[in-house]
Design a protein around this ligand. Structure first.
Ligand code: BDR
Ligand code: CA
Length: 318
């Protein structure tokens, strides 16, 4: 039986790659997409989710629109310089012919998880607002979910949105603190590993060669994203594979090295959005700050070459 997953997403070029990677993986059954602000506003994230499912030939998969803003503060705004004004590398796709559900993302998550105890895995690859709202709506999802595998955070690595913080967590640190402290089975696939998963220009060229509409879409949208990385990290070539790394964890957790560390999220000052682990040495000279916090399965190492090969294999065959 394929594993049932809900992807909570802000598409986003690398989100599109992750969604397509999941859809092309027979081990996974994508039962819904829920949308969130981040790379774009939530309304455009919703439109893009619908567009991506049409491209993939899966308009049957439901899309539920999520929150327009973080739990505690206004949304800081999208990042058109990373993902394009349209969130899809400025290819400006036609409007989708399908529509989102008449149900919020949080309500959809609660309904699905409560209806199938132990069966649903949540895969957030954007800010964690919808997941925190679902917990607020129905705390019993903590016992009913199979697992949460998220892309976000940085335990030992520096940030990307700021020197301290990773973008998804930085966009809603209050929500991330709730989700990482909920006490459910949760894996953090953050910058500690995604900055070790690199697709080169030669890897990316394989998408253009592949005769399927998903790879063809990636080939169209990735140049804008790649140009951002090469501008931002002088001397680099290609892209980091952020959101797809969470999908790869579901397919083959053996690709990753993990540690069990409680995490707290900084919500104040210049380090707002930093995910702090209590590693049991050095930086937790003040363990009281983590008192009562449950362990999080934190990815700290990865076989990046094998991960990239797995994603390319899934996405480039006909
Ligand atoms: C995360 O931020 C977003 O820009 C990407 O889609 C990814 O989810 C990486 O920090
Ligand atoms: Ca994302």
């Amino acid at each position: 039986m394929p594993r049932k997953i809900i992807i909570d997403t802000d598409p986003g070029v690398d989100d599109a790659m992750a969604i397509f990677f999941a859809l092309r993986s027979p081990e996974l059954d994508v039962i819904g997409l829920t949308t969130i602000f981040g790379n774009v506003h939530t309304s455009l994230a919703t439109t893009n989710a619908l567009r991506l499912l049409e491209i993939a030939g899966r308009p049957d998969i439901p899309v539920a629109k999520g929150s327009d803003h973080p739990l505690a503060v206004p949304f800081g705004g999208p990042v058109p310089f990373v993902h394009g004004d349209d969130g899809q590398g400025n290819v400006h796709l036609p409007a989708p012919t399908t529509a989102p559900l008449d149900q919020s993302a949080a309500a959809f998550i609660v309904e699905q998880v409560m209806a199938a105890p132990g069966a649903i895995t949540l895969v957030p690859v954007g800010p964690l607002t919808n997941i925190a709202l679902a917990l607020r709506l129905e705390p019993r999802i903590i016992e009913r979910v199979r697992e949460v595998v998220l892309m976000g955070g940085n335990a030992l690595a520096p940030g990307n949105a700021t020197p301290a913080a990773e973008a998804n967590v930085h966009n809603d640190p209050e929500a991330a603190d709730v989700v990482l402290g909920a006490g459910w089975p949760i894996t953090m696939v953050g910058l500690d590993v995604t900055h070790k998963v690199h697709m080169s220009g030669a890897h990316l060229a394989q998408y253009a060669q592949a005769a399927n509409p998903l790879a063809q879409h990636i080939a169209r949208i990735v140049p804008f994203y790649r140009a951002y990385f090469e501008r931002c990290f002088p001397g680099s070539e290609g892209i980091y594979v952020h959101d797809s790394s969470a999908i790869a964890y579901l397919l083959d957790p053996g690709l990753f090295e993990t540690r069990q560390w409680p995490i707290r999220v900084e919500t104040q000052g210049i380090s707002r959005g930093k995910t702090w682990p209590a590693t049991g040495s050095g930086n937790d000279a003040h363990p009281a700050a983590w008192q009562g916090r449950p362990p999080v399965n934190v990815c700290i190492g990865v076989d990046g070459a094998r991960l990239v090969a797995l994603e390319l294999e899934r996405l480039t065959r006909s």
